[in-house]
Design a protein around this ligand. Structure first.
Ligand code: ADP
Length: 392
């Protein structure tokens, strides 16, 4: 039972082929710089085609070609799972894609103008390529549809029609479930705070398997300091810079999304680079890391209060999985909340899920590698209408 997972961006298609009987990855790759002459296809780590792809259609055709010539075979694929960023209030779970679901994703474009059009393009191209297979849309927002109104409501005029949705839901779902497994307790009884710290970053309070609070909002701009996104700012900053600097709304939007966060503070969005600057004595980089970790600590305190009782704090994604310094600083001084990490465990490098808290820490601190593609594949085969036991 194989599932093809597609994550289509504006100029890229990332793909994975997974064998769900063995929960094993059979192939992984990407087509990038679609529309440019420098476009490449990397299949299982090897550069294959290299003279560019005019559009997503050409990109996916090249992917199918490489599977046909180099394998593995796509013959056992039973379904295609698509990552879709924004499902609005409409999608609380994955959806078997038909024309109506496509139209709904299209209608949600204003909420995710950068992502949904690319996701949709990937879906359209893949449906043409695999017309007989079920296609499933798995939404980044879906896991957070359990947020209570008190958490998702913004105190602004109701006619604006805006609310918090939250993102990275596939990762938060995967990681919080794994945390319960590692604690050897039923998912429905465990409270976790999940810190997804990648280039984009968000934190979620999960009560018994349900997201009850999360840091991203209507858009992925809110919350933690990110690689290039600001995270939380006083909304009054926007009209202030508009008036004082004469910036228009698109310029402000772009600056908050692309020139802020670590890049804005330290000149680089890659945390490894920021730490290198810190070690060279760069005061801007030092401040950037102080702001970054101060923000995380504040959210932990906030979500601790939301949950009332916390069983585990979980670090995941590029930074969360790999950066002991950020983990240590983010949890510094939280001993009175029952959160104490073990220095040696925290410093140890491993690719596996592991505990980094001290044995006597009432709150367990975990590092759990996220696997959004595996979660998308799981949710794809669990979706009504996708045969779990196809005839062979
Ligand atoms: P994305 O949000 O793009 O999926 P990832 O989850 O892959 O991002 O995280 C990417 C970020 O992880 C990089 O920008 C880098 O800052 C950080 N990162 C990766 N490896 C390390 C490491 N060994 N130490 C510190 N940070 C790391």
């Amino acid at each position: 039972m194989h599932v093809l997972v597609l994550n289509s961006g504006s100029s890229s298609i990332k793909y994975q082929l997974l064998d769900m009987s063995a929960r094993r990855r059979l192939a992984t790759g990407l087509v990038d710089r679609i529309g440019e002459s420098a476009g490449r296809l990397i299949h299982n780590g090897e550069a294959v085609g290299g003279d560019g792809f005019a559009d997503h259609e050409a990109g996916l055709r090249a992917v199918l070609e490489v599977f046909a010539t180099r394998g593995p075979s796509l013959e056992q694929v039973v379904a295609v799972g698509h990552r879709v960023v924004h499902g609005g209030s409409r999608f609380a779970r994955p959806a078997l894609i038909d024309d109506e679901v496509e139209a709904a994703i299209q209608e949600l474009i204003p909420l995710a103008p950068l992502h949904n059009p690319a996701n949709l393009e990937g879906i359209r191209v893949a449906r043409r390529a695999f017309p007989l297979l079920p296609h499933v849309a798995v939404f980044d927002t879906a896991f957070h549809q359990t947020l209570p109104p008190a958490a998702y409501t913004y105190a602004v005029p109701a006619e604006w029609g805006v609310r918090k949705y939250g993102f990275h839901g596939t990762s938060h779902a995967f990681v919080s479930r794994r945390a319960a497994e590692l604690l050897e307790r039923p998912y429905g009884e465990v409270n976790t705070i999940v810190l997804h710290l990648g280039n984009g970053a968000s934190v979620t309070a999960v009560r018994g398997g349900r997201s009850v609070e999360t840091s991203m909002g209507l858009t992925p701009l809110a919350g933690l300091v990110m690689g290039t996104r600001s995270g939380d700012v006083d909304p009054g900053v926007l009209p202030y810079v508009a008036r004082q600097l004469g910036l228009n709304i698109d310029e402000i939007d772009s600056a908050l999304n692309r020139d802020s966060g670590l890049r804005g503070l330290a000149g680089d969005n890659d945390l490894r680079e920021v730490w290198r600057k810190v070690d060279q004595g760069d005061p801007d980089a030092r401040l950037a890391m102080d702001v970054y970790t101060h923000r995380i600590r504040g959210y932990i305190g906030n979500y601790y209060a939301v949950l009332g009782h916390v069983d585990a704090i979980v670090f995941t994604a590029g930074v969360g999985e790999n950066d002991p310094r950020t983990r240590e600083l983010s949890l510094a001084g939280l001993g009175r909340l029952g959160i104490t990490i073990d220095q040696a465990r925290n410093a140890g490098a491993s690719r596996d899920a592991r505990t980094i808290s001290a044995d006597d820490s009432p709150v367990t601190v975990l590092v759990i590698p996220t696997d959004e593609e595996l979660e998308i594949a799981e949710q794809t085969i669990d979706t009504d209408g996708v045969a779990r036991n196809p005839p062979n």
